[in-house]
Write a protein that binds this ligand. Structure first.
Ligand SMILES: NC(=O)c1ccc[n+]([C@@H]2O[C@H](COP(=O)([O-])OP(=O)(O)OC[C@H]3O[C@@H](n4cnc5c(N)ncnc54)[C@H](OP(=O)(O)O)[C@@H]3O)[C@@H](O)[C@H]2O)c1
Length: 230
């Protein structure tokens, strides 16, 4: 990162006491799964979509305070945004929203993966990782990588009271990574563990390809646990 002000603490607006979380691409498995857990924990969530009606419909399935609108309207109205679209739509979605997301924490859970007959594999990303691409496209936001290795099947499973896993939280601004660790801990069973600076995101994104291989071999929904950290 050449410009020291890109994604620095200075661009971050004061954090809201009870932030509204906007999930861009929130009609999909991962966004809706996170929204289900957070709205169940008393956090207000907004579902974003390319189609406001589809977003409203998805939001109506959630417990607690939830609404739906276009990705643009949600990006503007939320306090903290989560990017939860497929890698193919990542750059286009984000590059349309720099003003709406300015001053905010933007959580990126996107894994740039390809799939072929042999399974999942990590795709090369010119910026280093999806999270670093987001930070470059959003110079006035603070991007934090998290929830890459968390299974949407578990998040969405209403029969599970807890999602028993760790998630690595990566970023360059401690106030922002602390806040995302706090939001991870709001999901029963989950723990957010600081995992390094944003430049260390690519291997965490790529690790999801290994987890998908594990899931296929063992018929599981595998996650990660970090040992010796309380
Ligand atoms: N699924 C998981 O278990 C999991 C776990 C960890 C991380 N992730 C990451 O989370 C992200 C979302 O995963 P997902 O499984 O929820 O994906 P998904 O269901 O395929 O897509 C999520 C939503 O993104 C929107 N979308 C689809 N293509 C788009 C495009 N080209 N441009 C903009 N929006 C588009 C769609 O919403 P609208 O049509 O309503 O706009 C869709 O409902 C991925 O990057 C994935 O790597 C997923």
């Amino acid at each position: 990162m050449t410009d020291p002000n890109v994604g620095s603490h200075d661009v971050l607006a004061p954090l809201a006491e009870s932030p509204v979380i906007g999930l861009l691409g929130g009609t999909g498995d991962q966004g809706l799964g996170l929204a289900y857990r957070w709205s169940g924990a008393g956090i207000s969530v907004m579902i974003g979509s390319r189609d406001a009606k589809r977003a409203a419909q998805a939001a109506s399935s959630l417990p607690g305070s939830a609404s739906g609108d276009s990705n643009l309207a949600v990006a503007e109205a939320c306090d903290i945004a989560v990017i939860a679209v497929p890698w193919a739509g990542h750059a286009d979605l984000i590059s349309a929203l720099p003003q709406e997301l300015a001053g905010k924490i933007v959580i990126d859970c996107v894994n740039p993966l390809g799939f072929d007959k042999r399974g999942a594999f990590a795709l090369p990303v010119p910026e280093g990782s999806a999270a670093e691409q987001a930070q470059q496209l959003l110079p006035d936001s603070v991007v934090v990588g998290a929830f890459h290795n968390v299974s949407s099947v578990l998040l969405k499973d209403e029969s599970l009271a807890e999602v028993a896993t760790d998630t690595l939280v990566l970023g360059d601004v401690k106030e922002a990574t602390d806040e995302v660790q706090r939001l991870a801990a709001m999901i029963p069973g989950m723990r957010g563990v600081f995992g390094g600076r944003l430049r260390n995101s690519s291997q965490i994104e790529a690790l999801t390809a290994n987890l998908i291989s594990i899931n296929r071999r063992y018929k599981a929904h595998a996650g990660i646990r970090i040992t010796d950290v309380n």
